[in-house]
Design a binder for this molecule. Sequence first.
Ligand code: B12
Ligand code: SF4
Ligand code: SF4
Length: 248
Amino acid sequence: MDDQLKLRLRERLGAMGVPLLGVISPATADRHAGIHVGWTINRPTVRVAQILPETRSVVVIGFPIWDDSMDLALRTPRGGWMYPGYLPVTLACREAAAVLAAAGHRTAFAYDKLSFKSLAVEAGLGRFGRNSLLVNAIYGPHLRLGVILTDAKLETDTRREEELCGDCRACLDACPVGALQPHRVDPDRCLVGVTLDPAADPARQEAALGRQQPSGLHGHIMCRACQEVCRYGAFRRDAPGWQAPSTA
Ligand code: B12
Ligand code: SF4
Ligand code: SF4
């Protein structure tokens, strides 16, 4: 067990603005294999050994979102989409890989092959909110998640059992298209899902786009109504004078 290595990961990623980092075992991660990922992905999540056979630890990180620019979806010249707001968490995953490689360890990334929200719950980063997102008591749902598999044996973390949502249903009521059932989003209704799905009907896509904020660039700010109303993440990223929460 390499406690120093986990500490080093926390320090290096903390310096990049990553406050949330948890570790789970491959066995815990594998409990969430076989979940069907729908939308444009349309295949089940896999066991970690199918990505990195030597996996001994699964590192889950959460990167806070605090600015409109991090919710951008930009049109690529060839008509696809890219998401600049996912760059920081990608860079943080690479930094984690660099720290682990310097200690002689192998790493791999997961992208859409694992259920990130389920793994983040297992790693103690937060709980499933009714908005179907991982909700953390400090950062709310305003997070991007990253997962790094490694052959390093790191100390594992545990789930948090505190109930966050209580009787609240604000996100369910806030969704402009009724895409949310408690803990579940319908990707065929969610404005984000409809807009970014290349197979969606163009007229529905156009209508969905019209309901989201234009960015003035070649793109738009993705809908986040179900995040904005959440009582967690009280730092309110759009509030004047907002200051980054401490990375304790
Ligand atoms: C496909 C996808 C989408 C699709 C479909 C979403 C979906 N079904 O969850 C669409 C395009 C609609 C979408 C939209 C968005 N997404 Co998205 N998406 C994904 C992706 C690639 C896969 C998720 C998925 O479909 N999993 C399959 C489903 C069935 O599994 P699951 O949601 O993990 O389901 C488990 C839980 O729901 C749980 N569960 C279900 N009911 C209940 C009830 C209780 C009580 C409990 C405890 C658990 C529970 O059980 C399920 C099985 O274990 C992930 C990345 C990843 N690799 O995980 C990002 C991801 C989930 N998306 C993310 C984000 C941020 C968004 C958007 C805000 C858009 C954006 N700015 O990027 C919106 C939010 C819409 C919403 N309210 O959920 C983040 C979530 C961060 C967070 N705080 O949770 C992720 C993790 C990407 C990332 N790297 O950060 N997304
Ligand atoms: S992102 Fe918008 S459309 Fe999608 S579930 Fe949340 S509020 Fe509804
Ligand atoms: S808005 Fe309310 S119900 Fe929805 S995720 Fe936040 S606390 Fe839970």
